[in-house]
Design a protein around this ligand. Structure first.
Ligand SMILES: Nc1ncnc2c1ncn2[C@@H]1O[C@H](COP(=O)(O)OP(=O)(O)OP(=O)(O)O)[C@@H](O)[C@H]1O
Ligand SMILES: [Mg+2]
Length: 262
């Protein structure tokens, strides 16, 4: 199963993905994490890695080369989302060179690529690489892939969700986050992806939780579970440390039971 974790910037996508990853491991699943956020790099340390692997973009010759290939494909009359950059028909983590997959404590970490320099051009090549990688990636038995999406909804424009099995939306207590979850649910439906529901995050009171639940019910967004606000999680992020929080883990265990059959 491939699960895309979406939501508003700063809502807690990477944090929730980290908790979900650890809960999945505790149930005996193998987990592959794809970091497809071209801006932020925090995910690797949240997961307890010392660095990111080399980007998939480099396995294709680098961003400039991919950009050039894209232009050639457009000239040849191809249109998104049919454009193909990868030679392989099928990808597994074993078919990738080890420098593109880091492994620690049962988690495999892969990244698409990051923006490093001013004026280096748009992130279109990252979107194209992520889309085709997800389409061609063949999961092993008991393997689950979780994808840390960039904030917002641009990835829907690229058809990335067409290659995932489930879309989740992380919702923090803000109207903006609720509205974005509604948009994500609509867009998922429009591309034929399964929108599984919202995960409430950074919840500070029962009143907040009840209010969010009633607003989401009006919008027909199922609530998969709640992760409360924990100052220790915020401190870990401030210091660039691995996220490990027993109560939050228990909450995410409840959530994963709703999203996968164990
Ligand atoms: N449950 C929580 N309790 C306390 N702090 C949290 C919780 N979830 C997230 N945070 C804090 O909120 C901030 C944003 O979290 P995170 O980086 O996971 O969000 P994001 O949606 O991935 O952000 P971005 O859109 O920038 O990638 C971090 O400082 C993090 O520590
Ligand atoms: Mg993030």
């Amino acid at each position: 199963m491939k699960i895309a974790v979406c939501g508003k910037g700063g809502s807690g996508k990477s944090t929730v993905l980290t908790l979900i990853t650890k809960s999945l491991l505790n149930t005996g699943k193998k987990v592959v994490v794809l970091d497809s956020d071209e801006s932020n790099s925090s995910l690797y340390w949240m997961l307890g890695f010392d660095s990111l692997p080399l980007p998939l973009m480099d396995s294709l010759g680098g961003k400039k080369k991919v950009q050039k290939k894209l232009i050639e494909r457009f000239k040849d009359g191809f249109k998104e989302p049919e454009i193909s950059i990868w030679m392989e028909d099928e990808i597994t983590y074993k078919s990738l060179m080890p420098k593109f997959v880091l492994e620690k404590q049962g988690v495999k970490l892969i990244q698409t690529g990051k923006i490093h320099q001013a004026l280096e051009g748009c992130a279109c090549p990252m979107g194209v690489v992520t889309r085709e990688f997800l389409k061609k990636y063949r999961l092993e038995p008991e393997e689950v892939m979780v994808i840390d999406m960039e904030a917002g909804i641009e990835h829907f424009g690229r058809g990335i969700e067409q290659s995932v099995d489930q879309v989740l939306s992380v919702i923090e207590p803000s109207l903006e986050s609720i509205s974005l979850a509604e948009k994500i649910s609509e867009l998922s439906r429009s591309v034929g992806a399964c929108f599984k529901g919202g995960i409430l995050n950074k919840i500070m009171s029962q009143d907040q939780e009840s209010y969010l639940c009633s607003e989401l019910q009006k919008r027909e967004i199922p609530v998969l579970g709640v992760i409360h606000y924990y100052p220790e999680i915020q401190s870990a992020c401030l210091m660039g440390k691995n996220i490990h929080h027993e109560k939050a883990l228990k909450e995410s265990e409840y959530i994963i039971k709703k999203i996968i059959s164990i």
